[in-house]
Design a protein around this ligand. Structure first.
Ligand code: UD1
Length: 421
């Protein structure tokens, strides 16, 4: 198993360019199932999760050319589309469940294993299933599989989501593209990745309006064609490097970022005393003095992203004063607290909140990445900790950061990967 050895590195300085968003590209790939023609996707980051989705789509019968150098994908429709997605692939990555909506739309039947993914809570799929049922599908569960069937096709409906789930919004949106008539998704998620998916679907010939607001209107069309599409930049990676700049008291310029996508992160960094200069697609972060404690609450977009909570906790753990982080999106997303405390941080969990008492310094230690973003937080901690930090179980990090050590080394970090048999 690979691990990362991170040494105290001093201020990180320089430029870094952000690649395409994992949380967008996986959905664009799933949406390609709907197409009658080839879909070309650009800015596809080299990630394990992308490879898992390729294998899954191939297992369904699609043909895929992935040019890893050029970061482009060509996805050709299946001659005979299969409607069953097996356990071995679905349990590797929760986003694989997003093939269910497109399969149901295209085939009228889909059988998909219950999903896996990061261990950050129960992460049910009830809202996805309620959506499919509202569109007229009969949903049955058994032997670890979910089967959805709509013998006479899906029919548009009004669907209210109890919580603005990103995955449920996307799955239902894709399922509804070819349903008869109008579908309304109310209390829909508003994340930038939802807009990217809606744009992709519209380029394929769908009729999706209102993505990015809490009501999405989908008017069903007969069929969808191919398209060529550029994936949006990864706002979570951009935010991670913004935190890295503040944490190491460095000066990082982040290129290929949509500044409006990271507004809550910008706002919190400024509140702490960091300097953030932003234009439409470039952000520079640096510090001129000490950073102060702040409180924050994770929320669906445009609130503070849960995917940046762990990285911010690392930053707050070495800032002046006491901060409180309240996690409202996932019920079990504090598994990194034990790890960061092993490095000398002073974080206590109280229900859905973490109380962080800033300390002067962290110490290098052997720690493990408990999930994707937690892993990134430990790498950032290692950059400022005395001595060497060994981050184990970094396959989590590789699921979402295409080149974390290359990016960080480019900014002056002392970090290297050790491959162990
Ligand atoms: C996506 C992102 C993930 C991010 C999350 C929230 C991808 C691949 N992953 O995950 O990085 O942290 O959005 O921004 O895009 N829920 C239900 N029932 C459902 C669906 C969700 O109760 O049917 C709950 C979940 O348990 C969780 C909350 O809703 O507590 C948010 O989940 P959701 O927005 O669906 O996240 P994902 O799409 O899984």
């Amino acid at each position: 198993m690979a691990k990362l050895l991170v040494e105290k590195s001093g201020p990180l300085v320089g430029k870094v360019k952000i690649k395409g968003a994992k949380n967008s590209v996986l959905k664009l790939m799933a949406a390609s199932i709907l197409a009658e023609e080839t879909c070309y996707i650009e800015s596809v980051p080299g990630l394990i999760d992308v490879e898992v989705m390729i294998t899954l789509l191939e297992s369904l019968g699609l043909t895929i050319d992935y040019n890893r150098e050029e970061e482009t994908l060509e996805i050709h429709p299946a001659e005979l589309l299969k409607c069953e997605a097996p356990y071995e692939l679905i349990q590797k990555m929760r986003a694989s469940f997003l093939v269910m909506g497109p399969l149901l739309a295209k085939k009228g039947i889909a059988k998909v294993s219950m999903p896996g993914g990061c261990a950050i809570g129960a992460r049910p799929i009830d809202l996805h299933l309620k959506g499919f049922q509202a569109l007229g599908a009969e949903v049955t569960l058994g032997h670890g599989y979910i089967e959805a069937k709509a013998d006479s096709g899906l029919v548009g409906a009004e669907i209210y989501l109890d919580f603005p789930s990103v995955g449920a919004t996307e799955n239902i949106m894709m399922a509804a593209t070819m349903a008869k008539g109008l579908t309304l998704i109310q209390n829909a998620a508003k994340e930038p990745e939802i807009i990217d998916l809606a744009n992709f679907l519209n380029e394929m010939g769908a009729n999706v309006k209102g993505a990015g607001t809490d009501t999405i209107r989908i008017t069903g069309v007969e069929k969808l064609g191919g398209t060529r599409h550029q994936t949006i930049p990864d706002r979570i990676i951009a935010a991670t490097y913004m935190v890295a700049a503040a944490m190491t008291r460095g000066d990082i310029t982040i290129e290929n970022v949509v500044s409006s996508h990271v507004k809550p992160v910008t706002a919190k960094l400024r509140e702490m005393g960091a300097i953030v200069e932003d234009s439409d697609d470039v952000i520079r972060v640096y510090t001129t003095g000490p950073l102060k404690a702040v409180d924050l609450t994770t929320l669906p977009y445009p609130g503070f992203p849960t995917d940046v909570q762990a990285q911010f906790m690392a930053l707050l753990s070495v800032s002046e004063g006491t901060s409180v982080i309240t996690e409202t999106v996932f019920e079990n997303r504090f598994r990194h607290v034990a790890e960061i405390n092993r490095m000398g941080a002073n974080v206590k969990i109280e229900g859905h909140s973490a109380v962080i008492q800033g300390v002067k310094e962290l110490q290098g230690a052997q720690v493990k990445a408990t999930d994707l973003r937690a892993g990134a937080a430990l790498v950032l901690s290692g950059l400022i900790a005395e001595g060497v930090t060994e981050v184990d179980e970094i396959y989590h990090i590789d699921r979402g950061y295409p080149q974390i050590e290359k990016d960080l080394v480019g900014l002056g970090a002392k970090i290297r990967r050790i491959e162990e048999k």
